[in-house]
Design a protein around this ligand. Sequence first.
Ligand SMILES: C[S@@+](CC[C@H](N)C(=O)[O-])C[C@H]1O[C@@H](n2cnc3c(N)ncnc32)[C@H](O)[C@@H]1O
Length: 283
Amino acid sequence: MPAAQHQTNAATRDQWEANASGWHRQGAVVRDWLHLPTKVLFEMAGIAPGQAVLDVAAGAGDQTLDLAGLVGPKGRVVATDISPAILTHAAAAALAAGYLNVETHVADAEDLALPKASFDAAICRLGLMFLTKPQAGLAAIHHTLKPGARLAVMVFAAPDQNPCLRITMGTALRHAGLEPRDPFQPGSLTSLGRPGDLETLFAAAGFKGITSTRIDAPFRLPKPADYVAFLRDAAGPVIDIVSHLSAPAKMAAWAAIQSQLEAFQTDDGWVGPNSLILTAGTR
Ligand SMILES: C[S@@+](CC[C@H](N)C(=O)[O-])C[C@H]1O[C@@H](n2cnc3c(N)ncnc32)[C@H](O)[C@@H]1O
C-alpha cells in the first residue's frame, strides 16, 4: 500500500523558496519544453489584448511575460505565487523586459485575497497539482473572474503517461529509504493526472463549458545528463526527497535515475516523454 505523503502548502512553499533560483536559472529549458503547450493554454483561456489576466502559481514568470506581451500596454497581468522568492524573479524579468503592466502578489492559490470579478481571464501553468485543496484554489480563482471569463490550467498527466517523472520519483524515494507514494496524493506532481478529475473539480467550483485536452510535451535535450542537471537544479519535489542523503548517497541516487533515463536516447538526442493535461472552463 503506497504511503500517504502528507504534503502541506507550507512545505511546498518552502521547497520552492529553496529552489526559486534554480527554476529561474533553468528558464531556457522550461521555455523550450513548454512553449507550444503554453500557446494552447492561452488559447483555451481566451487571452486577448487589453485584458486583465490572473497568472496563478506564476513561478519565475516565463509565461507571465508572454501574457504581458499578449495583453499589451492597455492590459495587465497579476502574477501570484505562494513563494515570495520565486516571484522576485518574475518581477525582475518583467522589469528587464520593459513590461510595466505586470504586478506580483504573494498568495496561496487557495486564498488569493484578490477582488471579486476583477479579471477577464486566468491561467495556472503547472501549479494547481501542488495544492493540497485544488478545489479551494479553483473556487478562489472563480471568485476573482468576471462572468464569462475563462480559466485554463496545465497539470501533469498520470504516471503511466509520464515515465520520466515515474522513474525519477520512484528511484529518489527508494534511494532515500522511503515507501512508494500514492501518485494521486493531493499536493503531489501527478495528483490531478487521473482522466476526468480536473473536469469534476472545475464543475464543483462552478465552472461551465469545461474542455480538456492531453498534450505530449517531450523534453528534447542532448543527453539524459542534461535532464538530470535540470532536475538537480530546479525540481523542488525531487531535490527535497534526496536532500537528507549523504553526498555519495545523493550522487548514487542521481546516477541511478540517469542510467534508467538512457532508455530515451535517440539518434536525434534525448527525447524524454512528458504528458500534460490542459483543462479550461468559463465562470
Ligand atoms: C513547477 S513551478 C511552475 C511555475 C510557473 N508557472 C512555470 O510554469 O514556469 C510551480 C509553482 O507553483 C507554486 N505553488 C505551489 N503551491 C502553491 C500554492 N498553494 N499557491 C500558489 N502557488 C503555489 C510554486 O511556488 C512554484 O512557483
